[in-house]
Design a protein around this ligand. Structure first.
Ligand SMILES: *Cc1c(COP(=O)(O)O)cnc(C)c1O
Length: 422
């Protein structure tokens, strides 16, 4: 499928008069329409709720939009909990799905009344010692091990992942938690990431629903919710077929009716913790070509770099690039599109066929709305960009300002050496 930008060249030219490149731009309309589609796809399950994975796009303006669609937040750190609290999420609006959890973060999650999702059986004791009790509502993260696959197509390798409890530990954990006073239980698993198939959630649901039935039978636990977590992917490449959330919702419903309903568990709520699916396609990184270099290869240097978007450098991830205003020209030039870090993996694209690029051209790097800005860092003293929201009425709102050198030096504010720049 052809990948289209959600903003036009003239819109971007207008925006760059006020906000210099690079910046991340988000599409409010796209975010809203998608959130509505997800809600409709699972409307058959009365308790359904999406807990947006804050780590994907930790921005209060984005969280406030999702809140309008009934979303809660999924947090895995102290600052994500604090941001959720500041945005007005409280109690069971918050899911705390953390691993290798610093005990004081359990304390903060408990203080906010969040649902705590235990990553390991040893965390029962850690939680109890930290907060002094076991909450009445508690969730455990499951990792069945092995490979997660559809016939011969391996989706991911849970056996190699650090998350979750084994089957045996899960059953023991439920028994122990019940003895310690837990009354309402949830189960969670995240077994494959960025799945571009409508099969993932239904298959994961089968694994979780089967184990939920057994857990109920063997431990007598009152299972109130099953958390399918994240993992629904998006088509980063133009040749990929996008997921159809309605088909996914119906697929899960079928398994629900086959497994849970006959076991007398037809009142179990389903939760999701999607990040990428909620935001990735509705954000892009807008950058400008500032140099062309002809050496052993053809390079286009842009004013963004891996600190603005780490996925290509970190996992060789593909992000589609549109050269604005040249959408209809032939892609007859082979370029490496690079940033300015002193790291040779700072390349947004390698050997990418694109139209001929001139210095000054605006480039849109697609699908950066999740795990984009969020993974930013400050290597080479690079500063993080602004985040802008393209509103439904076509206006633009700054939802995070760009960092300044002062921000970068702020952690030296206790001494005089950097005073000149503070
Ligand atoms: C990262 C993460 C998610 C979101 O994953 P996506 O791939 O963005 O959907 C959800 N839950 C947990 C526990 C995570 O770590």
């Amino acid at each position: 499928m052809e990948k289209k930008t959600f903003a036009t060249l003239s819109q971007l030219q207008e925006i760059t008069k006020t906000y210099p490149t690079p910046f991340h731009l988000y599409d409010e309309r796209g975010i809203r329409e998608n959130a509505r589609r997800l809600k409709e796809a699972f409307a058959w399950n009365p308790g359904f709720r999406e807990y947006f994975a804050v780590k994907a796009t930790p921005n209060p303006f984005i969280l406030k939009i999702l809140q309008e669609y009934g979303c809660g937040t999924d947090c895995s750190s102290l600052t994500e909990l604090l941001m959720s609290d500041a945005c007005g999420f409280s109690g069971h609006d918050i899911m705390f799905s953390s691993n290798d959890t610093p005990p004081e973060e359990f304390r903060m999650a408990a203080d906010l009344g969040a649902i705590i999702n235990l990553d390991d059986i040893t965390h029962i004791r850690c939680l109890e010692e930290t907060i002094g009790y076991i909450p009445e509502t508690i969730c455990c993260r499951y990792n069945p091990g092995g490979l997660f696959q559809i016939s011969n197509d391996i989706m991911d390798n849970p056996g190699d992942a650090k998350y979750g409890m084994t089957t045996e530990q899960l059953f023991d954990a439920f028994r122990i938690l019940k003895e310690k006073g837990a009354k309402r239980f949830g189960i969670h698993a995240f077994l494959a990431s960025n799945t571009v198939t409508n099969e993932y959630y239904p298959m994961l649901a089968k694994v979780l629903f089967d184990v939920a039935v057994q857990l109920k039978e063997e431990t007598g636990a009152d299972i109130r919710f099953i958390n399918l977590s994240g993992g629904i992917g998006i088509p980063y490449r133009p040749d990929q077929e996008p997921n159809d959330i309605r088909v996914i919702g119906e697929g899960v419903r079928k398994v629900y009716e086959e497994v849970l309903v006959p076991a007398g568990m037809g009142d179990v709520a389903l939760y999701t913790e999607l990040g990428r699916f909620m935001l990735a396609p509705y954000g892009c990184l807008v950058t400008r070509a500032i140099h062309e270099k002809h050496t052993h290869k053809e390079y286009i240097g842009v004013d963004a770099c891996a600190v603005n978007l780490m996925r290509p450098a970190m996992y060789g991830a593909y992000h589609h690039i549109t050269v604005m205003g040249k959408e209809n020209l032939p892609c007859d030039h082979k370029y490496d599109v690079v940033g300015s870090l002193c790291e040779n993996n700072d390349k947004f694209a390698i050997d990418r066929m694109l139209p001929e690029i001139q210095t000054g051209d605006l480039l849109v790097i697609h699908d950066t709305g999740a795990h984009g800005f969020a993974m930013g860092y400050n290597y080479n003293g690079k500063l993080k960009s602004a985040e802008l929201l393209l509103k439904e009425d076509g206006s633009v709102e700054m939802i995070r300002r760009a960092e300044t050198p002062k921000d970068y030096f702020a952690t030296f504010d206790f001494c005089d050496i950097m005073k000149k720049y503070l």
